[in-house]
Design a binder for this molecule. Structure first.
Ligand code: COA
Length: 232
């Protein structure tokens, strides 16, 4: 190759230049949206961080990667990454080395995403129905049913999948493209379909020291402790 005379480190630096130059912008963008930017984040396009309500918070770990534009993403995205903590005390926690493309995550209560989780383009994760089921309660704008969602370490969520309230995805599990997940998925299981059912299991390439993401966090309230117990 014509560029082989350039040392490898210099080539890497040149390739990384756009990223390095965009760091101040990314830092400014995250701060303006109330989220702490961390070194090692790779934001392709501008994600939307929305924290509405007293104490609502989004916390994201190191080496976060988010594709909010189609360029550079294998299947493209039809929306930016939208991360929302909506309501009093709502909490969206995301671990380290998490990657996502054009997905939307809504925490009306509590959503926890573990380490090394991959979330495909157009996936939707939400811990609330957003509106009550009874029409009179809806018209009175009463709160909707909600239950924490837990995505443990090393989970892979396929594109266009939907993960609904109260679900725990066990560590290393895989959710198929377009699945609608309404019940817990055991660790290292493959779940697909609508409603999602276990269709297989993951037997190779499992991190020996991978621990359930749950253990990274301390339980927040009684309801959640009960939920954690179910997932383990
Ligand atoms: C779920 C998935 C990982 C399963 O892969 P696999 O283990 O090779 O599964 P197979 O193709 O052998 O299929 C096993 C069974 O599950 C079914 N199945 C597979 N994927 C499915 C899906 N997404 N929805 C519904 N059923 C599915 C198959 O029809 C088959 O059923 P059968 O045994 O009755 O014939 C894969 O199909 C998938 O959805 N990958 C996600 C890709 C993706 O979204 N990537 C992200 C890009 S950003």
């Amino acid at each position: 190759m014509w560029y082989s005379f350039i040392p490898k480190e210099t080539r890497r630096l040149i390739l990384d230049l756009p990223y390095i130059l965009s760091i101040p912008l990314a830092w400014y963008w995250c701060s303006s949206q109330g989220v702490r930017w961390r070194y090692g984040w790779r934001l392709y396009g501008r994600p939307s961080f929305r924290q509405y309500g007293p104490g609502a918070r989004i916390s994201i770990g190191e080496r976060f990667r988010a594709h909010s534009r189609s360029r550079g993403n294998s299947i493209g995205v039809f929306q930016e990454v939208i991360l929302t903590a909506w309501g009093k005390g709502a909490l969206l926690e995301i671990g380290d080395d998490v990657g996502m493309s054009g997905c939307s995550i809504l925490a009306g209560n509590h959503v926890r995403i573990g380490n090394r989780v991959l979330i495909g383009s157009g996936a939707l994760i939400l811990d609330t129905d957003a509106h009550p089921l009874a029409p009179d309660e809806r018209s009175r704008r009463e709160p909707a049913r909600s239950a924490p969602v837990v995505v443990e370490d090393d989970v892979f969520i396929g594109s266009r999948a939907i993960v609904l309230k109260g679900v725990c995805l066990g560590h290393g599990s895989v959710v198929g493209a377009g699945a609608v997940v309404t019940r817990d998925v055991p660790p290292l299981a493959v779940a697909a379909g609508n409603p999602a059912r276990v269709t297989g299991k993951v037997s190779k390439g499992v991190y020996p020291n991978s621990s359930p993401g749950l253990r990274m966090f301390s339980p927040i309230n009684k309801q959640e402790r009960a939920h954690d117990h179910l997932c383990e």
